[in-house]
Design a protein around this ligand. Structure first.
Ligand code: FAD
Length: 502
C-alpha cells in the first residue's frame, strides 16, 4: 500500500461503526489512522441482537476470545430460529443452522427424507438436525475439536444473541486499545471537494473539522454522507417486505435462556424473542398499513413471558437497499446502506460482508477506480437480493387467511428469481444455491417445508438406494442425532461453566 489512503473516518458508533473501526485497525492499522465520530445525543439503534454463524469468522478476524465476548455482552448461544404460526396458526418449525442428516454423493439428505415421507417412514424433518433437536431440548455444546466429519456433532453451527449496546462498547474498547481515535459530537455539515465531489471533511457542531481520504458511513438510517451529502439513492423493497415499523421492549427472564431465537407471526407482522443472560429482548415488527402503533404496543406487551422492563421503543424503517453502497470515497455500512428487517438476523452479517469486501477491494492508491467500486456494489446487490428473496419466502409461503396483512402477503407478486426456486422445489424438492449466496440449501429447504411448500416428487437419484434401506437409513440418523444430543449439557449449564456474565 502506498500513501494514497492514510486517514479513514468512520461516521457513527453503532454496531456497524465499531465493527468497521475494529476490523480496519486490525487489518490496516500499520498503514492508516482510523478515527470514529459518534453523537451521544443521537445514540444508536441497539436493539436485539441475534446473529448468524458467520459472525464467528468476524470475531476470529479480530482475535476475540469467545468466552470473554459472550460474558461481556450478556450473550447466549443460538442454534437456529423457531418460527411459530407462520405457515398457518398452530404451526411451529425450526430453521436450524448447520447440516441436516447425511448427504450421499450428489443427493442431499432431504431427498431421502422426501421419499421416506411418501413411504410413511420419515419423522419430522427437524429430527434429523442436531441443531434443531438440541434447540428444542434446551441443550448446547460446540462441536468437539476431534469429532469425525460424519458425526452429527461435526455439523453443529451456532451464532449468538447479545446486547447490542454492550457489543458496541466491547468493540470500542478493542478498537481504542489499538489506536482508533474517537470523537464525540454531532456532525452538522459535510464538506465536498469542489472538483471531485468527494467528501473532504465532516464538520462538528463544536467547530471541529475532521478530514479523511476514505469515509465509512455508519450513521444509521439517515445515511448522513451516502445519502445526505452524495444523494446515492434508495431502492424501496417494501412492496415485498411490507413491515415498516418495530417496537422493542426488554422483559425479565422467567426461565433458562433458550438456545434459539423465536419468531411468532402475529396478525400484522411478527414478534421476536431473543434470550440474553440478564433479560429477554422482544419486539413486534409490523406493517403500519395494517395495525396502529397503540394496538401493536398492546399486543406486544400482552405477549411477553416476563415483566416489561421499559416502555416499548418505536423504530421506523423502509425496507430496501442503497442504490450505490459505495459512492465516490464513501462506503456505507449497516443501516446507512439499507435494511431488510430482522427476520433472519442478516443485518450484522451484511455489515461483516461489507467490511470483508472493502478489505478485499481496498483502494490502496487512493483512487476510487470504478473497477473496484462497481464490483463492490454489484456484489453487495447480489448478496442483498438473495437474502431479500429468502425473507420474502417467509411472508409469501403461508396459508394464513385470518387477517388482511396475511391475505396481502399470500397474494403479493414476488421476484421471478424466488418464484423459479419455489416452482422447482415444489416439482421435486430440488434447489440450487446461487454462487456464494448467504443461505445454504439446507436453510431454504427447512423454511420451504416449514412453511408448507411440500414437493410433489423427489429426485430420482434417491432410487439408487434400495427401497428397503430407506427406513433404516432415516432411523439410524435420527437415533444418532438424539443420542448425541443426550450427551450435551443444557444451554444454561454450558453458559454457567464457560461464559457467565460478571
Ligand atoms: P445505528 O445503531 O443507528 O448507529 C448510528 C450511529 O451514527 C450512532 O452512533 C449515531 O450517534 C451516529 N450518528 C448519526 N448521525 C450522526 C451525526 N449527525 N453526527 C454524529 N454521529 C451521528 N440486526 C441483526 O443482525 N440482528 C437482529 O436481531 C437485528 N434486529 C433488529 C431489529 C430492529 C427493529 C431493527 C431496526 C434493526 C435490527 N437489526 C438487527 C439491525 C441492527 O440493529 C443494525 O444493523 C445495527 O445495529 C447497525 O446499526 P448501525 O450501526 O448501522 O446504526
Amino acid at each position: 500500500m502506498n500513501n494514497g489512503i492514510t486517514h479513514i473516518v468512520v461516521v457513527g458508533g453503532g454496531t456497524a461503526g465499531w465493527m468497521a473501526a475494529s476490523a480496519l485497525i486490525r487489518v490496516l492499522g500499520r498503514k492508516v489512522t482510523v478515527r470514529l465520530v459518534e453523537s451521544d445525543e443521537i445514540g444508536i439503534v441497539g436493539v436485539g441482537e441475534a446473529t448468524v454463524p458467520h459472525i464467528k469468522l468476524f470475531n476470529n478476524l479480530l482475535g476475540l476470545n469467545e468466552a470473554d465476548f459472550v460474558a461481556r455482552t450478556q450473550g447466549t448461544f443460538k442454534l437456529g430460529i423457531q418460527f411459530r404460526d407462520w405457515g398457518k396458526l398452530g404451526d411451529s418449525y425450526i430453521h436450524g443452522f448447520g447440516v441436516m442428516g447425511h448427504d450421499i454423493g450428489l443427493t442431499p439428505f432431504h431427498q431421502f427424507w422426501l421419499k421416506g415421507r411418501q413411504a410413511g417412514c420419515a419423522a419430522d424433518l427437524g429430527d434429523y438436525s442436531v441443531n434443531t433437536v438440541a434447540a428444542i431440548r434446551g441443550k448446547f455444546m460446540p462441536a468437539p475439536v476431534d469429532v469425525p466429519a460424519n458425526n452429527p456433532l461435526g455439523g453443529i453451527a451456532y451464532a449468538y444473541h447479545f446486547d447490542a449496546s454492550l457489543y458496541a462498547r466491547y468493540l470500542r474498547e478493542y478498537a481504542e486499545a489499538r489506536g482508533v481515535r474517537r470523537s464525540e459530537g454531532k456532525i452538522q455539515d459535510v464538506e465536498l471537494h469542489p472538483e471531485s465531489g468527494h467528501v473532504a471533511a465532516v464538520l462538528l457542531a463544536n467547530g471541529e473539522r475532521i478530514e479523511g481520504d476514505l469515509f465509512i458511513d455508519c450513521s444509521g438510517f439517515r445515511g448522513l454522507l451516502i445519502e445526505g451529502a452524495l444523494a446515492s439513492g434508495y431502492e424501496d423493497w417494501s412492496h415485498w417486505l411490507p413491515c415498516d415499523r418495530a417496537l422493542a421492549v426488554p422483559c425479565a427472564r422467567v426461565e433458562a435462556p433458550t438456545p434459539y431465537t423465536r419468531s411468532t407471526a402475529r396478525e400484522a407482522g411478527w414478534q421476536w424473542r431473543i434470550p440474553l443472560q440478564h433479560r429477554t429482548g422482544n419486539g413486534y415488527v409490523y406493517s403500519s398499513r395494517h395495525i396502529g402503533d397503540d394496538e401493536a404496543a398492546a399486543k406486544l406487551l400482552a405477549n411477553l413471558d416476563g415483566e416489561a422492563l421499559a416502555d416499548p421503543r418505536p423504530l421506523r424503517f423502509v425496507t430496501g437497499i442503497r442504490k450505490k453502497a459505495w459512492n465516490r470515497n464513501v462506503v456505507s455500512l449497516g443501516l446507512a446502506s439499507g435494511f431488510m428487517e430482522p427476520l433472519e438476523s442478516t443485518s450484522i452479517h451484511m455489515i461483516q460482508a461489507g467490511i470483508s469486501k472493502l478489505l478485499q477491494l481496498f483502494p490502496s492508491d487512493g483512487v476510487m477506480d470504478p473497477v473496484l467500486v462497481d464490483r463492490y456494489n454489484s456484489q453487495t446487490r447480489f448478496e442483498a437480493e438473495r437474502i431479500r428473496d429468502f425473507l420474502i419466502l417467509h411472508y409469501k409461503a403461508t396459508a394464513r387467511d385470518d387477517s388482511p396483512f396475511w391475505n396481502d402477503c399470500r397474494n403479493m407478486s414476488i421476484p421471478a428469481s424466488l418464484q423459479e426456486n419455489i416452482d422447482l422445489f415444489r416439482h421435486s424438492g430440488r434447489f440450487f444455491r446461487t454462487a456464494e449466496e448467504m443461505f445454504a440449501v439446507v436453510s431454504w429447504i427447512q423454511v420451504m417445508i416449514g412453511q408448507g411448500i411440500m414437493p410433489r416428487g423427489y429426485d430420482p437419484l434417491v432410487d439408487q438406494m434400495p427401497d428397503e434401506d430407506i427406513p433404516r437409513f432415516l432411523a439410524s440418523i435420527r437415533d444418532v442425532v438424539s443420542k448425541n444430543v443426550d450427551l450435551m449439557p443444557t444451554h444454561q449449564q454450558f453458559i454457567d461453566r464457560e461464559c457467565r456474565a460478571p
